[in-house]
Design a protein around this ligand. Structure first.
Ligand code: C5P
Length: 240
């Protein structure tokens, strides 16, 4: 594939067109942001680590019947993906209380849920990505009911498979965020990335955070932590 024009600059990635109109070129950047982009810091190797981690996870999901936009990892920082029309919703799945859930409902940190909790957030930098429920999604015509149902179905399948992967790494999957797009023939397809930037991961042995909370809460060196996640993931994936 040949790199084309810059389409979009995100907080951790840049998207470019390619010579194939159905294919995009994604560059994972060596930077981290918090507070909806208000805090931004360059971090050595972060893009490379997230690209590798995300590529391994997308490949694993595809092998387990969960289709997604991943095509191939082209180089350290570049991933080739199928082009979709992004649905402006963040789908969050939670297995235990943390982050905004913990703050909102004042429940103890890492309280386990009997069933996964599903939430949507409306993607809008101007509005700081507010929580949105199904009828609000319908009112704003963000997505139709069938699309919302399909996103929920796939999100729960992703959760099942991710929990299995991370359990094999001795890591608790607390929560994560995914995003979906629509293919040209109208199918809901998992897109964006799945990495420690978008998951909360806790080491089962030490209870240490192995995700972006290290950066959000200044808990230590993010590169070291992401390297640890990649190393454990690569070991599990090699055994597959
Ligand atoms: O902050 P909150 O508890 O709602 O986040 C839930 C999950 O979604 C966390 O794993 C977090 O990393 C992820 N998230 C994200 N991007 C956002 C907001 C949350 O990846 N803009």
């Amino acid at each position: 594939y040949e790199k084309g024009n810059l389409l979009y600059t995100g907080k951790a990635k840049e998207m470019y067109t390619t010579n194939d109109p159905d294919v995009l070129w994604v560059e994972y950047l060596d930077q981290a942001t918090a507070l909806n982009g208000k805090r931004k810091v360059a971090i050595d190797e972060k893009g490379l680590l997230n690209n590798r981690i995300s590529s391994l996870i997308f490949k694993d999901l595809a092998r387990h019947g969960i289709a997604n936009h991943f095509i191939e990892q082209l180089s350290d920082h570049v991933q080739i993906v199928r082009r979709v029309k992004m649905i402006p919703l963040e789908t969050v799945v939670r297995n235990a209380a943390s982050g905004s859930f913990e703050r909102k409902f004042a429940v103890p940190h890492l309280t386990k849920f009997a069933e996964p909790v599903l939430e949507f957030f409306y993607k809008s930098d101007a509005l700081d990505d507010p929580f949105i429920n199904d009828s609000q999604v319908a009112a704003l015509k963000v997505a139709d009911a069938a699309t919302v149902a399909e996103m929920k179905r796939q999100a729960l399948l992703v959760n099942q498979r991710l929990q299995a992967i991370f359990a094999a790494m001795n890591v608790q999957l607390v929560d994560f965020k995914i995003e979906f797009g629509l293919t040209s023939d109208g199918k809901v397809l998992l897109a964006d990335e799945i990495s420690p930037d978008s998951c909360r991961l806790v080491d089962e042995a030490t209870q240490q955070s192995l995700d972006k909370d290290v950066f959000r809460k200044n808990l230590g060196d993010l590169t070291t932590v992401y390297q640890e996640v990649l190393q454990r993931l690569a070991t599990v994936e090699e055994g597959q």
